[in-house]
Design a protein around this ligand. Structure first.
Ligand code: GLA
Length: 402
């Protein structure tokens, strides 16, 4: 009896490796595709395979899109007799492991969705009380990314819930990007740097410029929630909390979806790049116009998003009357990105008053990332006509030494 108590005591006191998040992941904002915005519950293994194949054919994979993420409704409505989550065999007849193999063989990673409560937002089993079991299941399938939602959580504490799943993922030993989706309720940017790799900051996006439904907002409204003026950190001045391995997530993109004009898609993509936001496509990438492919695979805009310094851009100027908002993002090696958005309903001459942005430093070359040409420098203001809800966007280059 004494011996077994001693052994038990030793086991409890034995030092174990403290769980943490997988630190080496998401050093730049994650890029990929997520099923929810376009397909909601209409997901299947054929869809995922078609998406992977399309992203190779249309250049998205080579442009950097890596994570293919299945959102809600992938599982059966009930766990099995042993309490395991089960992939819906009608949607995924070959099983998740085979699907993960398929996408891995093509150079992608596979993501899945879970929920910190008793049920997911669509009413499927949540992971509360099953965290370690579910993390092991996902690891055994070869899952690389987890989006973890916040429905049916009752009085659960967000920090406890997300830390528990972080520890479960770490203990399961398969590196997983941990995408927290509690809609910014508990101000995760203030505490989640060591817990998740990205955290949602607001409610859900839908394919609209600035529409508003019960729970969903157009991308301009979501943008407004992320930003603040330089001199005023505002109600949600969260840019300073983003950095390599821990990103503010203003939600998956609606670029290319029906409710947006091409100009609105281009502006949406540009501004998500400026925010160092995760670039998760939310459209049907199997059927895209050439214009939308060109937007989503633009190497210069993606490079601004993926800049290794990992600085989130901020809104430096907003003038309602003039219909202009200007965003600025610090890049590595003394360079900057500047993006001006026409917020009005008509084509307007927009002026970027570079002299007002002291942080930009000495005169720099203005490289227009959408037209791929140098159009001047920052020694004077720059003016150009910009269509309604469209942008002009520049990389401010340090001129080559004379
Ligand atoms: C919540 C999330 C969405 C999506 C749905 C799925 O609303 O915020 O992004 O995952 O649940 O049910």
């Amino acid at each position: 009896m004494k011996t077994s108590l001693l052994i038990l005591g030793a086991a409890i006191l034995a030092p174990s490796v403290p769980a943490q998040k997988f630190e080496h992941l998401a050093q730049t904002p994650p890029m990929g595709w997520n099923s929810w915005n376009t397909f909601s519950s209409h997901i299947s293994e054929d869809l995922v395979k078609g998406v992977a194949d399309a992203m190779i054919a249309n250049g998205m994979r080579d442009a950097g899109y890596e994570y293919i993420v299945l959102d809600d409704t992938w599982s059966l409505r009930e766990r099995d007799a042993d309490g395991n989550l089960v992939a819906d065999p009608e949607k995924f007849p070959s099983g998740m492991k085979a699907l993960a193999d398929y996408v891995h063989e093509r150079g992608f990673k596979l993501g899945i969705y879970g929920d910190a409560g008793s049920k997911t937002c669509a009413g499927y089993p949540g992971s509360q009380g099953h965290e370690y079991q579910d993390a092991r299941t996902w690891a055994s399938w070869g899952i690389d990314y987890l989006k973890y939602d916040w429905c049916s959580t009752g009085t659960r504490d967000a920090r406890e819930a997300y830390t528990t799943m972080r520890d479960a993922l770490y203990t399961a030993k398969r590196p997983v990007v941990f995408s927290m989706c509690e809609w910014g309720r508990s101000r995760p940017w203030e505490w989640a740097q060591d817990v998740g790799h990205l955290w949602r900051t607001s409610g859900d996006i839908y394919d609209s410029w600035d529409g508003y439904k019960m729970w969903e907002m157009g991308w301009k409204r979501i943008l407004d929630l992320q930003t603040s003026l330089v001199d005023d950190w505002g109600p949600n001045g969260i840019a300073k909390y983003a950095g390599p391995g821990h990103w503010n997530d203003p939600d998956m993109m609606e670029v290319g979806n029906e409710g947006l004009s091409v100009a609105e898609s281009r502006a949406h993509f540009s501004l998500w790049a400026m925010l160092a936001a995760p670039l998760m496509a939310g459209n049907d990438v199997r059927h895209m116009s050439d214009e939308i492919i060109a937007i989503m695979t633009d190497a210069d805009v993606i490079a601004i998003n993926q800049d290794p310094a990992g600085k989130q851009g901020f809104r430096a100027l907003a003038e309602d009357q003039a219909g202009i908002e200007v965003f600025i993002k610090e890049l590595s090696e003394g360079e900057w990105a500047v993006c001006a958005l026409n917020t009005s309903d008509e084509t307007r001459e927009l002026t970027i008053p570079f002299h007002r942005f002291y942080m930009l430093g000495e005169t720099k070359e203005l490289f227009d990332v959408w037209s791929n040409q140098v159009v001047g420098d920052t020694s004077e203001s720059y003016t150009r006509a910009v269509d309604s809800h469209d942008v002009m966007m520049f990389r401010l280059r340090v001129p080559a030494a004379m």
